[in-house]
Design a protein around this ligand. Sequence first.
Ligand code: ADE
Length: 279
Amino acid sequence: MENSKKIKIGIIGGSGFDDPNLFENPVELDLSTPFGKPSDVLLSGQIAGVPCVLLARHGRKHQYQPSDVNYRANIWALKQAGCTHVLATTATGSLVEDYQPGDLVILDDFIDRTWGRKCTFYDRTEGGPRGVCHLPMHPAFCERSRRALQDAARLRGYKYHENGTAVVIQGPRFSSRAESLMHRQWGGHLVNMTTVPEVNLAKEAGLSYAAVALVTDYDCWRKDEKSVSVSEVLAMFAKNVKKAADVILDAVQILAADTDLEYLDAHENMVSSAIMLKE
Ligand code: ADE
């Protein structure tokens, strides 16, 4: 692979990547960051020759609910481990008829309905970066990594959508029907609980970040249909997660074959130009 020595790809997921033979030369990294401990140890090694680092967003025992995940430590730890990219999977409810359970969606935007989550590295934490960071949020996701995920999904022949706006709710409860209808009116295609602040922290860290969403349910906006339930989400996720993992693993190879890595500098430069009052 052309750039297998220059890039390192963080994968935030967990389920779907549990094949013990996936990594060549795997090493567990037990990292600490200025922002605390990540959700679990990181697994570092090569996937088909490309350096990769795997992290379970909710911990390997799924011990952290969405509002308790230490997103800052997760992203910082991946950066500390040398990652240039982060590719993530996420379970999502659908807010539109056409995005059906089982489909994959390569996210391109979000609406933030979370509250109280630590959503910046620039808060004067000891050991963290200095200054005030006003980061532009468009485009929210890295276009190059999104394209790699789209190409991978298309080449596999999986049903996928090139774009999707995720409304990110605080959880842990699901939306009420009135909320779900409002999210539809706002233009959301999907609803989940984890894309914020993961996407904006990855951007602050200068990483190329993209996410493949797996549609698990229709939330609760459809008339005469039962509301989303945990059992439905888990069953649909388990049934389809291999597709999301395949897409990520193929995208790793696509990104490693790229000869032009200028987009990575562009991500770093974007952060530098967004920082005021650097002391
Ligand atoms: N994750 C999967 N389905 C969801 C839904 N309907 N709402 C929020 N998060 C979800």
